[in-house]
Design a protein around this ligand. Structure first.
Ligand SMILES: Cc1cc2nc3c(=O)[nH]c(=O)nc-3n(C[C@H](O)[C@H](O)[C@H](O)COP(=O)(O)O)c2cc1C
Length: 178
């Protein structure tokens, strides 16, 4: 699968089969996630791979009733070491770069998963303290996003995108990009 195909085929999957995901594959996905850019190459990202059913349930319970999350065979909790990014960039690092750096890593991971026939969903709606407790994160490590990972039960329907003509401008805001 080339890059364009992986980008187009990736779609959020919220229904997983029971097939397990190889640890070696998860390791590969995380290594590819770490190829993402980060501010000043700070690489403040931290990945916690969760397979244990009780921990998955605790994480699922932190997601405001979204039951599909615990049903995925793997949940990757993507975190940022806020001390690290603050030491490098102060307030801008904490309020902006931590989110951007981990988001870039998340997207890498999801595209690499798509390329391997795996399904993912980016989960952002969760009780942070409950997730921290579930995986024993220290105070300075903030859970930024979670990725469910597994094999899709059914082919997802990817929602439509706004056209380029609506979201891109030429030279200045409001001037159509043709
Ligand atoms: C920052 C962020 C947070 C998200 N949080 C959730 C979430 O909590 N639960 C969920 O089911 N999907 C979540 N999603 C997935 C989006 O709903 C999904 O990407 C969007 O509807 C587009 O669909 P697609 O991923 O199939 O292209 C999130 C996506 C992003 C980027």
């Amino acid at each position: 699968m080339n890059t364009d195909e992986a980008i187009r085929q990736r779609a959020s999957v919220r229904s997983y089969g029971s097939a397990k995901v190889d640890d070696a594959v998860v390791r590969e996905l995380i290594e590819l996630a770490t190829q993402a850019p980060s501010a000043g190459n700070t690489q403040e990202w931290v990945f916690v791979v969760v397979k244990d059913p009780n921990t998955r349930q605790a994480i699922g319970d932190a997601c405001f009733g979204r039951t599909f999350i615990a049903s995925a065979p793997v949940i990757v909790v993507v975190c940022a070491d806020m001390d690290k990014i603050e030491a490098a960039y102060g307030e801008r690092g904490v309020s902006l770069y931590a989110a951007q750096d981990t988001a870039a890593a998340v997207e890498n991971l999801m595209l690499a998963a798509t390329d391997r026939g795996l399904a993912t969903c980016w989960v952002g709606a969760f009780n942070e303290q409950a997730v921290k407790n579930a995986v024993n994160l220290p105070g300075n490590v903030r859970p930024m996003a979670m990725i469910t990972l597994g094999y899709a039960k059914e082919k997802p329907r990817k929602p439509a995108r706004r056209p380029v003509s609506e979201v891109a401008f030429s030279e200045m805001y409001g001037k159509p990009f043709k």
